[in-house]
Design a protein around this ligand. Structure first.
Ligand code: ADP
Length: 507
């Protein structure tokens, strides 16, 4: 039962803390970092201030009561001796003792009672209880020889008892005498502690004044500290707002503290990335416009020259129209490639994954490209090391392989060759497309996957390239969580290696 209760308690505790956190979070004023720091500084400063006042007052009170008690005890001891010397317990008429008792009573603004062994009050400085019997725990204990004292804070007095003792000699054996203290009565004193209380009130007022001054100073210091601590964050917000409004492209730098420096660095990195994306988008748009415009310009020139001539011979007419048709075909290819690229830019959720026999797929592509290869006198060789079945998007994988093989044929030499090799291990399959072509210069290797990048613009255009093929290929490979690598030596040939997981790995 106990552990269950403990568990429930723990749960309700956690729930309570969560609820409190939620409440605090909902109070807008407490959500400000400024307010939080201010409150923490104020509380941390106030705790020692308040506890010091409490400690000083308590200490003073204990000390004052203890001094007063020991003073009274000394006085009572002296008086008790006088009482015995003058046999006051038997005869209370001795004026000197009465005066001493009254003096003590006045001195401590209290009451002194002398009680004999029969618990009868022989003297009461208030004159109220004389000859009455006094039975109290303290008096009885004191008759047994034990002094007592008690501080009653609420009613403002100290009550003390001390025994009135007499030294008596007893004969112990024929020659020996022993001295013994025998209790003859008790002195009971109630002394007022009003004077201590008055001093404490004065002290408390003074301490309160010091405390108020300390709170004001603390308030001012906390406000200044908060301003100083928050200032760098305000600066960085200002800088971010400026950057957001577009007034400046300068990097943000608030070096007032490490945290703001880190925020600034992180923001500059995001800004840099956004700028890069923006630049590449702008470049892409201008490239697209330029690429789409080129065939249209050619068509216009061809059409204009036909229109401007009278009695155009049919052969020229046919030649120009064939050129126009070629340009239309080119425009169509660019648009088709652009659409393919846009599709690649979408999320991997657009992939249509299915188990595909990669050998069959490669063979089909080779069959389709063989006539083009033959036209250029390029030999197409296919080697399959093992049968491969993989979970891929068939359309996109077809684009990957055909783009690579097409390029290998396009950028080849006469009597050249293209070799496609398919292999796999237990995790990946690899397609290698090697050719004996013109190769890619080393400085271009890093750029070939960029949209519209061509090593030799005029040659690429001549052979019907759009500069989008490898960009599409790379996107499709990455969508399958694969990799693509290239090695090339100018005038010797190029090898592209694509590695794709056999099973599709979702994000
Ligand atoms: P394109 O449509 O112009 O072929 P790609 O994106 O497919 O565009 O290729 C980009 C550029 O990379 C090509 O213009 C070409 O210069 C170079 N390239 C691609 N594949 C090869 C290859 N197998 N051999 C030589 N150069 C190549």
């Amino acid at each position: 039962m106990f552990p269950v209760n403990l568990f429930t308690c723990g749960l309700s505790g956690v729930w309570g803390i969560t609820l409190l956190k939620d409440r605090i979070h909902n109070i807008i004023f407490l959500r400000s970092l400024k307010t939080r720091i201010f409150l923490i500084l104020l509380i941390v400063g106030l705790i020692p201030c308040v506890s010091m006042r409490y400690a000083i007052l308590r200490n003073y009170e204990q000390r004052a009561v203890s001094v007063r008690t020991s003073d009274i005890t000394t006085q009572l001891r002296i008086l008790a001796n006088h009482l015995i010397t003058y046999h006051y317990l038997q005869d209370t008429s001795y004026e000197v003792i009465n005066a001493e008792l009254d003096q003590l009573s006045n001195l401590y603004d209290g009451r002194v009672m002398v009680i004999n062994n029969d618990l009868r009050v022989v003297k009461d400085t208030y004159g109220i209880s004389e000859n009455k019997t006094m039975i109290s725990e303290e008096v009885v204990r004191c008759i047994k020889g034990e002094s007592t004292n008690k501080y009653d804070k609420d009613n403002g007095y100290i009550e003390m008892t001390i025994p009135i003792t007499e030294t008596v000699r007893f004969e112990d054996g024929p020659q020996e005498t022993v001295e013994k203290e025998v209790v003859r009565g008790v002195m009971l004193v109630s002394a007022s502690t009003d004077s201590i209380r008055v001093t404490m009130d004065i002290l408390s007022r003074k301490a309160l004044l010091v405390e108020i001054i300390a709170i004001i100073v603390l308030f001012v210091l906390s406000t200044l500290a908060v301003q100083a601590l928050i200032r760098p964050f305000e600066k960085i917000t200002e800088a971010l707002n400026k950057a957001q409004e577009g007034y400046t492209d300068d990097p943000i730098s608030v070096t007032d503290c490490l945290e703001t420096e880190h925020i600034g660095d992180a923001f500059n990195r995001v800004l840099g990335r956004m700028k890069l994306l923006d630049d590449s988008r702008q470049e892409f748009v201008s490239n697209v416009s330029h690429e789409l415009k080129t065939p249209i310009t050619s068509m216009k020139v061809l059409a204009d020259s036909l229109i401007s001539q009278r009695d155009v011979p049919i052969e020229l007419y046919q030649e120009f129209m064939t050129d126009i048709a070629k340009e239309i075909e080119r425009e169509d290819k660019i648009i088709t490639d652009l659409l393919a690229l846009v599709k690649m830019d979408r999320t991997a959720a657009d992939l249509n994954i299915a188990e595909v026999d990669i050998n069959v797929l490669v063979e089909l592509i080779m069959k389709r490209l063989r006539p083009i290869a033959q036209k250029r006198d390029v030999e197409l060789v296919y080697e399959s090391v093992r049968p491969v079945t993989a979970a891929v998007d068939e359309v996109k994988m077809t684009l990957v392989i055909s783009n690579l093989v097409e390029n290998a044929v396009k950028y080849n030499k006469e009597h050249g060759w293209v070799k496609v090799t398919l292999d796999a291990d237990h995790q990946f399959f690899t397609i290698e497309v090697a050719d004996s072509g013109i190769g890619i210069p080393a400085e271009s290797l890093d750029h070939i996957y960029e949209r519209f990048y061509r090593v030799d613009k005029s040659r690429s255009r001549e052979i019907g390239g759009t500069g989008l093929g490898l960009a599409i290929t790379r996107s499709a490979v990455l969508m399958h969580r694969g990799s693509i690598r290239v090695e090339s030596v100018e005038e010797e040939g190029t090898v592209f290696r694509v590695r794709i997981p056999l099973s599709y790995i979702p994000v």
